[in-house]
Design a protein around this ligand. Sequence first.
Ligand code: FES
Length: 246
Amino acid sequence: MQPFRLHVFVCDQQKPEGLPCCSARGSAKVIDVLRREVAARGLGDDVQITACGSLGLCERGPNMVVYPEGVWYSGVQPQDVAEIVESHFQKGQVVERLANKERKAVYEEIRTNRDKFLAGMKARDAAGIMPDDLAQTIRGFQESRVILTAVELDLFTAVGQGSSAAAVASRIGTDERATEMLMNALASMELLNKRDSTFYNSPLAARFFVEGSPDDSRAARSRGAARPRHSTRIHAGRCRSRRPRA
Ligand code: FES
């Protein structure tokens, strides 16, 4: 017996820059919207959502597969989620325009991608290139530092209802170029949204990192982090991307 009527696996795989993956195509947003939509329609006890690693259709993400039927959806965007939940999860009608209809073609595509991936891994290993999981751990530290620096500077509060990097730098007293680099990094992590030259707080940043927000957790994030204060580099404009040493 299945514990849930439907079990939905959504790929949230990250890969090194330049390689196609669901994460780079916005899977985190899709998962967030999907969870909210399922909850809003009272399907939480019926439909289990699990973020997972690569499903093998990496060029066409974000991908998801719905069991027990085994329906594979590709290229799912946040705006498609309500239709999938209502049509498929509630009414049992597959959203044909997003579904992969040819099972054999799906199987072949996954197999081809898997073979390519294994061959690539072998070649990288032979060339002495750092394994992805180690590189990802290093990037995780960098992302953490970016967020903690922004919190330390109270940058999200300074963004307010939307601001340019120059306006934020002026408010928090930092170097303009270094501040813009920091804000672009936050935009790539989807904590800020950038339209033209204006940055806006994402819902997550607005909820947790802005002064006066109901779940303000800036103090908790700043406390007890045994690290050098990176914000001094932003103040001095010494934040530059570095080349790895040879
Ligand atoms: S990265 Fe999502 S299917 Fe491969």
